[in-house]
Design a binder for this molecule. Structure first.
Ligand SMILES: [Zn+2]
Length: 146
């Protein structure tokens, strides 16, 4: 329905602002971001695999078809892994040094493999949790408005 004055020929058409991505309206039960992240499963259905290789997310869920192109977690999981594991491992190494005074080669043999193994394991879990949080909250890359 048109209202008001007719539009002049020179008047510009109103520019439609871009809308945010469509909300996911598929009906699935709400899943915990922590359980799907820990299991490495799809944040929507909880069944499909989230990673095609050790830490590379799939393009879409094989079970429900959820497009996972939004999964751009950037450096977020790495920062949390560094902060949390760094605190835990450095604290444990300091406690071991304080209590047992082992030679330096014991620290090297123990803490380098522990850091690598726990780091890769924890990073994958944090990536899964971050992707699930992105799906749940609809978070995405920041955009400037016109
Ligand atoms: Zn799915």
């Amino acid at each position: 329905m048109t209202t008001g004055r007719p539009r002049k020929a020179t008047q510009k058409k109103p520019v439609r602002k871009s809308r945010p991505a469509k909300k996911d309206r598929a009906i699935y039960p709400a899943l915990s971001v922590f359980s799907t992240g820990l299991k490495g499963r799809c944040p929507r259905c909880g069944e499909g695999r989230l990673f095609r290789s050790y830490m590379k997310p799939v393009k879409s869920c094989a079970n429900c078809g959820l497009d996972l192109s939004f999964a751009e977690e950037g450096d977020g999981p790495a920062v949390f892994a560094i902060l949390i594991l760094g605190f835990a491992i450095a604290g444990t190494a300091l406690m071991m040094e304080y209590r047992f005074h082992p030679p330096i080669w014991v620290h090297i043999i123990v803490w380098i493999p522990v850091t690598i193994i726990l780091g890769t394991w924890f990073l994958k879990i944090l990536k899964g949790i971050m992707i699930a949080i992105q799906h749940k909250t609809g978070a995405g890359e920041g955009k400037l408005q016109d």
